[in-house]
Design a protein. Sequence first.
Length: 396
Amino acid sequence: MRILLFSGKGGVGKTSLAAATGVRLAQLGYKTLVMSVDPAHSLADCFDLKSSLFDASTADPQEIAPNLSIHEVNIQQEIKRHWREIAGYITSILKTSGLNHVEAEEMAIFPGMEELSAMMYVNQWRKEQRFDVIVLDCAPTAESLRFVSMPTTLDWYMKHIFPMQRGILKAVRPLANRISPVDLPADSYFANVKDLYNKIEGIDTLMEDPQTTSVRLVTNPEKMVVRETQRAFVYFSLHGLTVDGIIVNRVLPDEVRDGWFGEWRESQQHFLGEVEAYFAPVPVCRVPLQQREVVGLERITALANLLYQEGGDPAAVTRTERPYTFTRTADHWEVRLNAPFAGKGEIGLFKKGDELVVTVGTVRRHIGLPTSMAGLSPVRARLDGGTLVVEMKEAA
Ligand SMILES: Nc1ncnc2c1ncn2[C@@H]1O[C@H](COP(=O)(O)OP(=O)(O)OP(=O)(O)O)[C@@H](O)[C@H]1O
Ligand SMILES: [Mg+2]
């Protein structure tokens, strides 16, 4: 199975290009699912499904053309299906703080639930082999990162916090329930957390395997968008995901000769050049600005024909280089992390237990070290042409 993630700044064209990719894949005969991980869903609108504004029929995969299904993860449904105990417990706490039931229920939807639910589905379909390719239409960059970091975050919680909370609670519950105004979580709460955890098990390996998962960053030829794309590139690398394509959308076509657009044309040319230079050797492709909104199967298909050459296969694996690697040299081990665009002062590094913790800007990643390296400590780090090289040695 292949997983293709479309991410990028708000409004750059992620949904349209994810939809176009789905259409092409389906034409090529892949059983394809385009799945929206953005709580502000717009996939059904993009395909111009004649559904009502708040229709929930796509809360499960819905086939909309041969080989092509779409799915918009619906958090209300997911709470009923997977989060009953957890949300129930949080709701009960919030109610004690004076919120009414509906308010408490709404606040019990916490960040990450949607992303986690989506991830559980991806894992389920992999196990059931229901689709050949899953195209993930992500929310803008920040939330996309929350999506990809979810397995490590949860893993960390399960390893460090979960056993502790559970142990302490077992000991104090009989007493605490008598004196505390808030009920402590019941065992079923922990069972629910554990169950969710089991449902995403293995997904992190899948996301970090470039043979399975690729990130395609969508951008526009404008300064602010390009800068965010550069940051996104580093953040995805930090999370172990391979970016194998940059798509520059909304490029003014040559036919537009109107003087009013003169300056736009010039600045677009400038940023197109920068994008190609920045991201090499990652392939960059361009998609022209269309004459109208990309809505409905016909226009999405037209967009797919601009995005991919005739017969071009969006599922082809073109980059297998992992964003970070562990290598052994003559007298030490090295962790090498692909971090172009990052300056020296922006990178932080420390060891915690058997994990190397790397921060770049505002994003932090716990990198689990292989057993053979777990006892080593970082002794030196350097930036080597866009690669962060951390030397690890046994503590003297
Ligand atoms: N190449 C293009 N030419 C013309 N219009 C486009 C092009 N690409 C996308 N659009 C239009 O731009 C609007 C935003 O596109 P889209 O919804 O795909 O962006 P998005 O990145 O998914 O946005 P969001 O961050 O809100 O999810 C839509 O109306 C879409 O039809
Ligand atoms: Mg979108």
